[in-house]
Design a binder for this molecule. Sequence first.
Ligand code: AMP
Length: 547
Amino acid sequence: MLGLMQDVPLLVSSLIKHADRHHGDVEIVSRRVEGDIHRTTYRELHARARRLANALEALGVGMSDRVATLAWNGYRHMELYYGVAGKGAVVHTINPRLPAEQIAWITQHADDMLLFFDLTFLPIVEAIAAQCPTVKGWVAMTDAAHMPTAAAIPNLLCYEDLLAAQSERYEWPTFDERLASSMCYTSGTTGNPKGALYSHRSTLLHTFAVALPDALSFGARDAILPVVPMFHVNAWGIPYAAAMVGAKLVFPGPALDGKSLHALIEQEKVTVSAGVPTVWQGLLAHMEQNALRFSTMRRTIVGGAALPPAMLRTFEEKYGVTAIHAWGMTELSPVGTVCAPRPKHDDGAAEEQLRVKAKQGRAVFGVDMKIVDAAGKDLPWDGVAFGDLLVRGPWVVSGYFRGEGGDPLVTDAAGLAWFPTGDVATIDADGYMQITDRSKDVIKSGGEWISSIDIENVALSHPAVAMSACIGVAHPKWDERPLLVVVRKAGTSVTREEILRHYEGRVAKWQIPDDVAFVDAIPMGATGKMLKNRLREQFRDHRLPTA
Ligand code: AMP
């Protein structure tokens, strides 16, 4: 017997309709590439998304056609999130930090029909336009006054002109909630990038889940600053979740330095922000140098890479900001786990609470996870056993666009299909997952595994260390031993010996790095992660003193 509830499809357009009707006056503030601060509301944004849908119609965009973006976080990008997906097409966000050839490759693999870009990315568009025959129109996300005049781009269109020529009258169509709404390619450090294709259903379910109190905890009293880019996994779902709950949105545009972020946070009374640790490092350094405080910000969500305990401590103890550690992937829309302490942790010592908060957290409802050994056998949830982390759920990929890379799933003894994340993790008895490492970054010393994240975190707790990366280097006896690569804080002169001494008593003796190499910078990837494969290449012939 079927239930007798209404079969209303879960569609992205319902979020913006809801936002308009129930909190239409709530502000969306953007720092624009044009240099000014722009203010709009959900109601206005909804109207402009409808104009955009009409414009797309006029340009021949049909159901499931791909429409690409190369854009910062801002209201026009959000209009594309809703206008494109709402009309049944697929908004394909491209990471502008990728090399131009890869961007061109991605647009062709995705068969992008139009590409919308912020003026900042004009040089990329000029470089790739000739290699992208599928793209029938290049839309500069600006007004007529700011249009590039001498650009060598065929079919260059002006965003504001497109909208101005259209009516606000548009009825969002109703269709199967399983249709694709957006797509994002993985950064692909090896091989070609692979496309994750999100559906309206997966997006809406993810939105419900991330807004929950022990997840990202968004509400109508919040002013959210997503520093995490809209070009990478839907800015962790914030443009959808904010519309669902009626939070004010504050978009930083291209200005992601500590000074600009702090000014925006204060000016717009931001209550919660979200981003990768490297962004927060810039912000915290700026605040320290200028003796600044936060007057409204209460929480910050940190993910994309491990939250170093030293940073967690600074946020919480020095600035009174709760740092919420979260883990996810492109293949997970992206949120999988979020770290919220349970009541049982309230009475624990401060150190114990910090230890829990440094973990990547508990699975949000909708995501199931487990850890398995090399033979695929389940490992215990004891906080000690570590193994490959597998996940499943309605917002986890079942495959990649165009079947790239074959079937990514593995089937367990019970016949359930799981997505192997490529991360190695422990899970404790309370369900808190902790990433030990990316499986390819873990250092295999003799029969033992050393977590590069643990070793980096100890380095980061040294006051003179700005950044650290730990990689395995070949060793005649132990196969691999850890080498610590360090960027010193400006004006400091810490030595190799001082750093190695810092490890004493903090990790087991055999986990202490064999050597320290000082560099000016650590190579970073397009999504704010350290490129350890590049470092491994650079230090391939490094001779450890113990070798
Ligand atoms: P991406 O698909 O580019 O977002 O990268 C996903 C990967 O980033 C994960 O598989 C992890 O290796 C890493 N990652 C994301 N969040 C965290 C976190 N909180 N701690 C450690 N690693 C993380």
